[in-house]
Design a binder for this molecule. Structure first.
Ligand SMILES: [Zn+2]
Length: 185
């Protein structure tokens, strides 16, 4: 069921334009296993047997290559034991703020304030590196997501639906923030 959930959510994210081409990655931490999307395969076209299984220490358990950003997922799971699923994507409005180097403030919108919280900005690190993974650690217990400078958005939650909805709320907040900035008030 875990692999099927990842395939289903990946397709939704691709269809909604939150990710393009091979972008983004999703994972679920269940039992002692991290189930994560594979490298170089579009999340809009995945099959269940392509989902990679690995340990929290980074050992791959099946014959597959995990996302190049798997270290970020493992770092968040190791440092926030309540996190059971992680969604990383490049939604256009949230990514716009990430590229401008601006965090998202949840006080603008009731749903964001109560269901998401602020989304801080993490300074740019090359995606997939140890440094990129370590840069998330100071934030992963106090927030539900992060903007990765010049890159995109990552959210986590108690299950995959929760993590995915936090991505949707963050993107909605970014869109509202953009519209306010564009208004004539
Ligand atoms: Zn990315």
């Amino acid at each position: 069921m875990t692999a099927k959930d990842i395939v289903d959510i990946g397709r939704r994210m691709y269809d909604k334009g939150h990710i393009v081409a091979h972008d983004g990655n999703l994972s679920v931490f269940h039992g002692n296993t991290v189930y994560i999307t594979p490298a170089n395969i579009s999340k809009g076209f995945m099959h269940e047997d392509q989902i990679v299984e690995m340990t929290l220490d980074g050992n791959v358990l099946n014959a597959a290559v995990p996302s190049t950003e798997y270290k970020m997922h493992l770092a968040i799971y190791r440092n926030n034991r309540k996190a059971r699923a992680i969604v990383h994507s490049h939604p256009i409005y949230a990514t716009t703020y990430a590229c401008m180097g601006m965090p998202l403030k949840s006080e603008l919108l009731a749903e964001a304030k109560f269901q998401l919280g602020d989304i801080p900005l993490v300074k740019y690190q090359v995606p997939g590196t140890d440094e990129a993974a370590e840069s998330c650690i100071p934030y992963c217990n106090d927030y539900n997501g992060l903007l990765l400078e010049k890159h995109g958005l990552v959210t986590w939650g108690v299950n995959l639906t929760d993590a995915y909805f936090k991505t949707e709320i963050a993107e909605f907040l970014a869109r509202i923030t953009y519209n306010i900035g564009r208004s004539d008030r």
